[in-house]
Design a protein around this ligand. Sequence first.
Ligand code: KG4
Ligand code: ZN
Length: 336
Amino acid sequence: MLIIGFESSCDETGVALVCTREGLLAHALHSQIDMHRDYGGVVPELASRDHIRRIIPLTRKVLAQAERSLDHIEAVAYTAGPGLAGALLVGASVAQAFAWARQLPAIPVHHLEGHLLSPMLAEPRPEFPFIALLVSGGHTQIMRVDGVGRYELLGETLDDAAGEAFDKTAKLLGLGYPGGPALSRMAEQGDAAIHDLPRPMLHSGDLDFSFSGLKTAVLTKVRALEKMHGALSQQHLADLAAATELAIVDVLASKSLKAVKQTGVRRLVVAGGVGANRLLRERLRTEIARMRGEVFFPPLEFCTDNGAMIAFAAAQRVNAGLVDLADSRHAFTVRP
Ligand code: KG4
Ligand code: ZN
């Protein structure tokens, strides 16, 4: 079955074609990062308008890439949520209109399930069961994944997500948007050992996280440095960025490894935008190797939001018999 998938939950418009037998055939992405940069974050209304502009041209592009036409498509998948309401509605409306016009099944996909299964888009493909560290701009969760649709939440953030901690601290340091990559780049020039930042909930005994205190701790350091030196130098910023990145990575790595130990499932999968972080990747590779386990990272293009993971998650659900194709006809689901 040939499935077209649409992702439009935040600031990336993604369209992809996935075959339930052959896997990913083509995908195309437009990132709105440049558009939102001037505002220091995503402006929801601008995001929705840009999704409207991009979604049809991107659809034409994937069809051309895969040398298929609209007539070949047998089902339509779209991100139903979570995400920005107006942005989600663009993808959902295009998907539903197309499904309705062609009498095709429409398959709503949970955005996080897309991220969760995205490491399976690449080779080597992780086998079930695995532990997933899901780290995006809006979510930080540790899940046990026993199969498609069989997910157990082991721990999650009690306040800010890890990506949010990167973004907010980067904003505080004036490093630009999106904060994760900007802060990470700056951190390369810095010395993390100069500042002692808290590792929230590192020893809480569970698999939950809390990141909201971190930006306050950084702000306190910034104020102290400003008092001493006036304006902060590039080196000050780099040292603070390095200390922040290390504090976040320490907690993420420690809790993921704890989940691996606790469950005895020695296969770890990292998904979501923060999974692109180099320090996190290096740390987990080293530590998992020490435990004789395996760690899987999606290719960078599938770490952040994309259409491939949505079409792929729908295909996995179809293959697992979890989609009632007759019943899903015209089901309109959006859950911001
Ligand atoms: O999964 P994603 O694209 O969108 C959401 O569903 O939220 O994740 C975006 C998040 C942002 O917070 C961004 O700053 C973070 O992922 N991110 C990074 C890196 N690349 C993206 N964080 C740390 N290091 C990176 N290299
Ligand atoms: Zn996402």
